[in-house]
Design a protein around this ligand. Structure first.
Ligand SMILES: CC(C)(COP(=O)(O)OP(=O)(O)OC[C@H]1O[C@@H](n2cnc3c(N)ncnc32)[C@H](O)[C@@H]1OP(=O)(O)O)[C@@H](O)C(=O)NCCC(=O)NCCS
Length: 174
C-alpha cells in the first residue's frame, strides 16, 4: 500500500479562503444523507465563508491548522483557547472542529491532527480538552471513544438549517 506523507501547518487570516473551501467540502461529505442538501447549504452559507473564516483566524484565541496528505490539503482542526460553559476544575481549550476529506478517512490524518491539537493545547498551559459532538454523529463518537474521552453532560442544541440536533460535551484530561 502506498503511504502518503502527512504534514500539518498553522494558518492565519491570509489563508481564510483555503479554510472556507475545506470547511464546506468536509462538512458536505460528513453530513451528506443526514441533513437535506438545503439545510447543509444554509449551514455552510452562515458558517463557512471566507469572511467568517477570516474573523475566526484573526482571533487571538484561535489556533487553526491544515493537514496535508502529500501535496493535498485534506483536513483541518480548530482549537479555541477559551473558558468552558461547564466547570471543569482546570483550564481547558475547546477542540471546535476536526474534519478530514472523505477520500482521506482511515489514512491516519485525523489522528495526526488530533495529536497536533493536543500539543497546541498543552503549549497554552491548558490541562483539558473538551468538545461538543452531535448525538447522531456515531463515527466521531467512536473516534473520541477510542481516544479516551468521557461524556460530561448534554451540550447545546445544534442547528443545521431546519434540523435541530441534541449534542453531548466530551472532555479528556491531558
Ligand atoms: C472523525 C475523523 C476526523 C477521523 O479521521 P480519520 O483520518 O478517518 O481517522 P484516523 O484514520 O486517523 O483514525 C484514528 C483512529 O480512530 C478510528 N476511527 C476513525 N473513524 C472511526 C469511525 N467512524 N468509527 C470507528 N473508529 C474510527 C480509527 O480506526 C483509528 O483507530 P486506530 O488508531 O486504533 O487505528 C473523520 O472521520 C472525519 O472527518 N469525520 C467527519 C467529520 C466529523 O465528524 N468530525 C468531528 C465533528 S465533532
Amino acid at each position: 500500500m502506498d503511504t502518503k506523507t502527512i504534514r500539518i501547518d498553522r494558518i492565519g487570516p491570509g489563508r481564510a479562503t483555503q479554510l472556507a473551501k475545506l470547511q464546506v467540502l468536509t462538512f458536505k461529505q460528513a453530513y451528506f444523507g443526514i441533513h437535506s442538501p438545503e439545510d447543509i447549504e444554509a449551514y455552510c452559507l452562515a458558517n463557512y465563508t471566507p469572511e467568517v473564516a477570516k474573523a475566526e483566524l484573526a482571533s487571538e484565541q484561535t489556533v487553526c491548522c491544515v493537514g496535508w496528505l502529500d501535496s493535498e490539503p485534506s483536513g483541518y482542526y480548530m482549537v479555541k483557547h477559551q473558558g468552558s460553559p461547564i466547570d471543569l476544575g482546570s483550564t481547558s481549550s475547546e477542540l471546535k472542529q476536526i474534519y478530514v476529506l472523505s477520500s482521506a478517512y482511515g489514512a491516519g490524518l485525523g489522528r495526526a491532527l488530533y495529536d497536533h491539537a493536543l500539543t497546541t493545547i498543552r503549549s497554552a498551559g491548558h490541562l483539558r480538552v473538551r468538545l461538543c459532538v452531535s448525538d447522531i454523529n456515531y463515527g466521531a463518537q467512536a473516534f473520541y471513544d477510542k481516544l479516551g474521552f468521557e461524556k460530561l453532560g448534554a451540550g447545546p442544541v445544534l442547528e443545521v438549517g431546519k434540523d435541530k440536533l441534541k449534542s453531548s460535551v466530551l472532555a479528556l484530561k491531558l
